[in-house]
Design a protein around this ligand. Structure first.
Ligand SMILES: [Ca+2]
Ligand SMILES: [Ca+2]
Ligand SMILES: [Ca+2]
Ligand SMILES: [Ca+2]
Length: 573
């Protein structure tokens, strides 16, 4: 049974059932007998960007990654390898094959917007027909074409197995090409339209790696943006539901939920757009948007109200708001589970790309769809299709312990490739686009500290008094450890440390409002790896303690013990 719901004025989704097995398949390149040169990292782009790309090559070599820039002219002219292929896209693909085979290349960065001009790098269009009831005959671009070099038998995978010059066909006029899908190289693109956009990205990459983003105090912040997406019988707010799955997975992070149900996306002052900008400007390691999209907008709905679009005040957050983000070098990785926000072939200012080329902030890498996205509705939203592949980016980070941006992409894709994929599942994998640097270091090889002890200290007391709480834990590699306390009132301690593994950390806290609080603590090692949150310590603050006033009243009571009966009743004496 299939149900279709429109994602956005142009967008549609499909509901289908069932989960299939995940087959993860790795292929390795065969070393040549006497390789003269090897390049772990190859950057491909128009020659016109060579001077802007050069500092990136120098930076990567300085980090011990053998790197080389190769212009499209050099590829088409056969400067390094014979130029093979029926068109420019296939020549680029054969070049990447030769780089893997000969240079042992494992990472490829494509630089340039879609097209064949002097600042562009062509895209391969792929052709997937969704079904006859509501034909989605959209032709969309897939950079996976450039990364899926081999099939399972290590044969070149042209994506045109029937040789009709129509690529990536799935039930396209009845034709289907055999497409392996598994990436054989880590790959991403910077779809730049100008040298200054290239420079903005290169500068951000250098800073993110020179002062590792994942070690900074803001990195554990996790910004989650979602509301309701589709009508469903159980009134599940799919965006918030998908966000919560991310929060559950990202143990040790500090979720900042910008939701419909907590009023953050539908408020008037500040507006929903302002709340999103404020959260990102404060610094965070990751942002997850789950909802609807078009090339230059992300949006969602209030609960079960599909005639209204959020966030306020513009009924969505547009690229022009993203271009004014001012988070500087506090740069997140952003996932957008929605239609078309990475449709760079149609819009050189697409939502996901604006995050990258913003030179005052934005993001260090983004993931999103190059065409119409597909989603399950209700609580099935993360069981497959776009809702799952977005969550799989976080699984690739947290579960698979990916250390580079390219690994996030490849591992998320591999978690969605299997032998029984239907048209929507093919499209989801082919259109899940990475903007960024595939070699970008997003973590280091280290085991996180063990879950810290629950904070110890006074479990009751008064407001406006300072209390001290302590904790400790150990790191499997005896790395130094820093700690952050969640005081349960929406505030957090600053990071305490670094301290030696096993040493006691302490922090002081003064509460200003009566109530019960659950305080807990998280640890991170010197590589930035976060532990789980500790079990909580429950604190109760029953008494309002106002020292100057009380001292004055107590003195009055001592002098005139019967003078203020009414006052005594009110104060509880
Ligand atoms: Ca074909
Ligand atoms: Ca492959
Ligand atoms: Ca819903
Ligand atoms: Ca460690």
């Amino acid at each position: 049974m299939c149900t279709r719901v429109h994602y956005h004025p142009l967008e549609k989704i499909v509901e289908s059932a069932g989960q299939t097995d995940i087959v993860i398949q790795y292929t390795t390149s065969t070393p040549q007998t006497s390789p003269r040169d090897t390049y772990q990292f190859v950057v491909i782009g128009p020659a016109s960007y060579s001077s802007q790309i050069a500092p990136l090559i120098t930076h990567k070599i300085g980090r011990g990654i053998t790197s080389k820039f190769v212009s499209l002219t050099e590829i088409y002219d056969g400067t390094y390898f014979p130029a093979t292929g029926r068109d420019n896209q296939e020549k680029i693909k054969y070049f990447i094959k030769n780089a893997i085979d000969t240079w042992l290349t494992g990472n490829v960065l494509l630089v340039g917007a879609a097209g064949s001009g002097t600042t562009q790098l062509p895209v391969r269009d792929t052709h997937i027909y969704i079904d006859a009831d509501e034909p989605d005959d959209e032709v969309f671009s897939s950079d996976l074409y450039y990364a899926d070099i081999y099939d399972g038998s290590m044969q070149f995978c042209s994506w045109d197995s029937n040789d009709n010059n129509i690529f990536g066909e799935y039930d396209w006029s009845g034709q289907t090409d055999v497409v392996d899908l598994h990436p054989d190289v880590y790959l991403a693109r910077l779809p730049a339209t100008s040298g200054s956009q290239v420079t903005a990205c290169v500068n951000k990459i250098k800073t993110y790696e020179n002062t590792p983003g994942y070690q900074q105090s803001w990195f554990p912040n996790l910004v989650l943006v979602g509301g309701d997406s589709f009508p469903d019988n159980n009134v599940v707010l799919e965006g918030e539901f998908a966000n919560q799955k991310v929060a559950d997975l990202m143990t040790g992070f500090v979720p900042n939920k910008l939701w419909v149900t907590n009023g953050k996306l539908n408020s008037l002052v500040p507006t929903g757009v302002d709340n999103i900008k404020t959260a990102i400007n404060s610094g965070c390691g990751f942002v997850d948007f789950s909802g609807h999209g078009n090339t230059n907008i992300w949006a969602c709905h209030p609960e079960d109200n599909f005639g209204v679009w959020l966030p306020t005040p513009t009924g969505g957050i547009y690229g022009n708001a993203i271009s004014t983000l001012s988070n500087g070098n506090k740069l997140p990785i952003v996932t957008v589970e929605a239609c078309s926000t990475a449709k760079f072939a149609a819009d050189s200012n697409c939502f996901n790309w604006v995050f990258l080329y913003n030179s005052n902030g934005g993001a260090i890498g983004t993931f999103g769809c190059t065409g119409l996205g597909y989603s399950y509705i209700g609580s099935g939203v993360t069981q497959g299709l776009v809702g799952k592949i977005g969550l799989d980016i976080f699984r690739a980070y947290k579960t698979d312990q990916s250390e580079t941006f390219g690994e996030l992409w490849a591992r998320a894709l591999n978690r969605n490739i299997n032998s029984g994929m239907d048209a929507t599942e093919h499209k989801t994998v082919e259109e899940w686009q990475a903007f960024g640097d595939p070699t970008l270091a997003i973590g280091e090889n280290s085991l996180p500290p063990a879950k810290p002890q629950a904070p110890s200290g006074p479990a009751s007391g008064g407001i406006n008094k300072e209390y001290t709480y302590t904790t400790s834990t150990t790191d499997p590699e005896s790395d130094q450890i820093s700690y952050m306390f969640d005081w349960g009132d929406g505030t957090f301690s600053s990071w305490v440390g670094p301290l030696n593994s096993g040493a006691t950390a302490s922090a002081k806290k003064t509460w200003n409002v009566q109530g019960s609080y659950q305080i807990k603590v998280v640890a991170k090692d010197s590589h930035g790896k976060l532990s789980e949150w500790s079990n909580p310590l429950s604190i109760t603050l029953p008494y309002s303690y106002e020292p100057p006033l009380m001292h004055f009243l107590e003195r009055l009571f001592e002098q005139f013990p019967h003078a203020f009966p009414l006052l005594r009743i009110i104060l509880g004496y």
